[in-house]
Design a protein around this ligand. Structure first.
Ligand code: GLY
Ligand code: MN
Ligand code: MN
Length: 441
């Protein structure tokens, strides 16, 4: 735990929240970790995922039912639930929170709720951020409450020093996993075995992953969020796309690498081209530029790759303007990253909380803001051979169908790094972690 940076992070959050609460007419805010739900008709639960705004205050995943209360003058209060339980091991309030909060621990949930009601009883306007546990509901303040949450979502894009450190650690852990996965692939292991190599090297169990790892060999890489793990390697191994990350103090990394199996130099050439274009787009990141412009530039670079490697026979400009390129690159260039893999606030373009709708052409582009210092986002271009998308262009004269159809066996390429925007420009956390681990990215 980076304790000094964490305490400074809490000071920053306290003043940021008070400023936004005041602006929206609130004198207190209750922030809820949330509670789990059982599966339908069952007594079992999925792994608990706490609400991001709570985790930003208290980055500890075992925090069900906990509440943070922020008021204008008093120290923030952390109400913590530690039941007496012999079915599951309860968690104590984290030590790192003890200086930053007035920590109050309850064995009984009813007691916790009563204390929460008492705490906020003396405040006249309470914002409820998350699913409320208090007996008062936020209905009366709902539009102000919603606006406050959008403004808080907007601010989550700017990472404090503590958050930057956690995300650097999460990236380093993810890189350890990727290195082990690459070794397992070169040794002929199956998707299932590669998945386990990643877990072991990044020291995670499945429920701790930031998102289910995508371990896709051959045609499986054409399913963008492929979710199965074949137990046996395919008879002919052509490629591997692995999109897998790690967490550190609840902050995520999100990393993708693609590999060609030996003897598939034509696919290695395509990976190199995407890798080169990905590095190139990171180099032109500047403060104030819009992320949408970056996506469009990448779409043009992908058009150039497709024409120069003769997948397409038209000009790059035609591939871009006719939207043929979108069949090969059907997702956004990237997204904000933080306490969620697809972090909140990507389409909230102003501090006021104004949200814009998805882009007409690039509906799945999750980030439409301008690039500002202290943001962390992914840059993840790809080229895929997805039968259902290619079928919409089947027979089109600008496509070299012989080559495109031959490449369907590789599924596709994605190269994904995590980029921190320092005041001096972009810092590639992922490539830096690969270099620190002394292995080429
Ligand atoms: N791992 C999901 C994504 O890259 O967005
Ligand atoms: Mn990813
Ligand atoms: Mn991503």
């Amino acid at each position: 735990m980076h304790l000094g940076a964490y305490n400074a992070h809490i000071d920053h959050l306290t003043s940021e929240w008070r400023r936004l609460m005041d602006k929206n007419g609130f004198d207190a805010a209750a922030i809820y970790a949330g509670q789990n739900q059982t599966f339908f008709g069952d007594d079992q639960e999925p792994p608990f995922h706490a609400y991001g705004h709570f985790l930003r205050w208290v980055p500890q995943s075992d925090c069900e039912h906990a509440v943070v209360v922020v008021r204008m003058d008093e120290q923030p209060v952390l109400l913590w639930h530690t039941p007496s339980d012999y079915w599951y091991l309860p968690s104590d309030a984290p030590d790192f929170a003890k200086d930053a909060f007035d920590v109050q621990t309850f064995a009984d949930l009813g007691e916790l709720r009563r204390s929460l009601d008492q705490l906020i009883h003396t405040c006249s306007n309470v914002a409820h951020v998350g699913k409320t546990l208090a007996s008062t509901s936020p209905t009366a303040n709902s539009s102000r409450n919603d606006r406050l949450v959008r403004q808080l979502d907007y601010q989550r894009a700017y990472k404090t020093e503590f958050e930057q450190l956690c995300m650097k650690d999460a990236t380093a852990l993810g890189v350890l996993g990727h290195q082990a996965a690459a070794r397992a692939f070169s040794e002929g292991e199956s998707e299932y075995q590669i998945h386990h190599a990643f877990l072991r090297a990044s020291s995670q169990h499945e429920a701790e992953l930031p998102y289910p790892s995508i371990v896709a060999m051959n045609t499986h890489a054409a399913t963008l969020h492929y979710q199965k793990y074949d137990r046996e390697p395919a008879p002919e191994i052509c490629s591997l796309l692995i999109d897998a990350g790690a967490k550190s103090h609840c902050y995520h990394s999100d990393i993708t690498r693609t590999y060609a199996a030996n003897g598939n130099e034509e696919f290695a050439e395509l990976i190199d081209a995407v890798d080169h274009a990905q590095r190139g787009i990171i180099e032109v990141i500047t403060i104030g530029k819009s992320y949408l412009d970056l996506h469009e530039e990448m779409s043009q670079k992908i058009s150039e790759i497709l024409t120069s490697l003769r997948f397409l026979t038209c000009s790059p400009a035609t591939a871009y303007e006719s939207m043929l390129v979108d069949a090969f690159f059907p997702h956004g260039l990237g997204h904000l990253l933080g306490l969620q893999t697809h972090d909140v606030g990507g389409r909230i373009v102003e501090e006021s909380g104004r949200e814009v709708p998805p882009h007409n052409r690039y509906e799945s582009l999750r980030l439409l803001r301008s690039i500002e210092p202290n943001m962390i986002f992914t840059i993840e271009p790809g080229i895929y051979f997805i039968p259902s998308l290619l079928d919409q262009w089947r027979g089109h004269q600008d496509v070299n169908w012989t080559k495109v159809d031959r490449f369907t066996k590789y599924g596709g390429v994605r190269v994904e790094d995590n980029v921190f925007v320092s005041p001096d420009g972009p810092v590639n956390l992922t490539r830096n972690a690969f270099s620190d681990a002394s292995v080429g990215a």
